[in-house]
Structures are given as structure tokens and as C-alpha cells.
Design a protein. Structure first.
Length: 211
């Protein structure tokens, strides 16, 4: 498998090269120290894997975006010092196949890259846990008042709105609390009323309080 290494830190490139040169599964086809060089090398060499730093001049995310768009068959793996959620989730949205930290034992790098080429994700367990937690927070979860049928299940957002209604919050206050527009809150309230089969928000709150 042909690998492109892009990192502005020469000693890091040396360490990666040593880790991969000792494994017959890999051949380093190009190296780059910045975003422009990485993109040009990727288009010229068409590697199997691009191993990219996020902090290199020109921007790692811009490099990921460009390579993923122009060479969609290439596997892209980040190797970075940053374990920040913003960097992690941005890289995932831009289309990376793996996100590794420079604190890893580089002896494990060949197997991690081989796994990526086999369709596996390369990511430390601690970061996987954070990705799962982010997914759980964003994905609607369903709850329903006691005695309600399946058609009366509320999404997690609707449940939050109903809880705030029960606290006596106004539409404007709920909108501010949940970072929504007032019209979005009213849509959620209408959906709650419809799903619970009640006459209005007061009746929905009454049902909630009996939960």
C-alpha cells in the first residue's frame, strides 16, 4: 500500500517513515510539509493512504477536503497532537477514515493503517467513546408519558420542551434556553399536543405532571 505522509515537522516524518519502512505492506510514495504540497503530491502519486497532520501550514482540514473531493478512493487518516472535540468532529465531517494521536506507539501504526484499508476505522478507544456520546446527544430519543401508546412517543427535543412548559416557561424563554427560534418552539408544542391527543399546552402539561 502506497502512503503519502504530510506533516510540517521533519522529525515526525522521520519517525513515521521508520515505522512504515520496516513493514513490507507499505511503501512511502511521497512526503509533504504543507497543505499545497500534500494536495499536489496526492494528485500526482494517487496513494492508497494519505497520513495527514491537522496543524501543517495551509490547514489540515483544507487538505482533507480537497483530497477527499478529488480522490474519493484514497483513504485519509489524521495523525495529530489534537484530541480536541472540535478538530475530531470537523475531520470526521470532512471525510477522514481514521483519527490517530501522535502520543500513540508508532509500532502500532502499520496495523492501524492496514485496518483502514480493510474497511476498519482507526481511532483510539477514548475518542470512539466521545463520538458515540456525541451521536447519542444528537440522535432523537423517544419517551412517552405513562399509559401513552406508541403513537404518543415524544422525541427528546419535544420532551425537553414539555418539561420547560411544565416549569411555567414562556415560548420565548424556552427558545432562549434551547437555542431555538420561537417558531420552532411553537412547532414542537403543536407536535406534542397532537401526539398526546390533548386540547392544548395546558392539558399536555397536566398529562406530563401525572407521569
Amino acid at each position: 500500500m502506497r502512503v503519502l505522509i504530510a506533516d510540517d515537522h521533519a522529525p515526525t516524518r522521520d519517525d513515521i517513515r521508520r515505522a512504515l519502512n520496516g513493514d513490507a505492506r507499505f511503501e512511502i510514495c511521497a512526503e509533504a510539509a504543507d497543505a499545497a504540497g500534500a494536495i499536489q503530491a496526492a494528485l500526482r502519486q494517487k496513494p492508497d493512504i494519505c497520513l495527514l497532520d491537522l496543524q501543517m501550514p495551509g490547514g489540515g482540514l483544507a487538505t482533507i477536503w480537497e483530497i477527499a473531493a478529488r480522490l474519493p478512493e484514497v483513504k485519509i487518516v489524521v495523525l495529530t497532537v489534537s484530541d480536541d472535540d472540535a478538530d475530531l468532529f470537523a475531520a470526521l465531517r470532512y471525510g477522514v477514515d481514521g483519527y490517530l494521536l501522535k502520543t500513540m506507539n508508532l509500532k502500532q501504526l502499520p496495523d492501524a493503517l492496514n485496518g483502514v484499508c480493510s474497511g476498519e476505522a482507526a481511532m483510539p478507544p477514548a475518542l470512539v467513546a466521545r463520538v458515540l456520546e456525541q451521536f447519542r446527544r444528537r440522535e432523537p430519543r423517544w419517551r412517552q408519558p405513562a399509559g401513552a401508546g406508541p403513537a404518543q412517543r415524544l422525541t427528546s427535543r419535544e420532551w425537553e420542551v414539555l418539561e420547560l412548559l411544565a416549569q411555567g416557561r414562556s415560548t420565548a424563554e424556552i427558545a432562549e434556553r434551547l437555542v431555538l427560534s420561537s417558531s420552532a418552539v411553537r412547532v414542537h408544542v403543536a407536535s406534542i399536543v397532537r401526539k398526546l391527543g390533548v386540547s392544548g399546552r395546558a392539558a399536555a402539561v397536566d398529562l406530563f405532571r401525572r407521569h
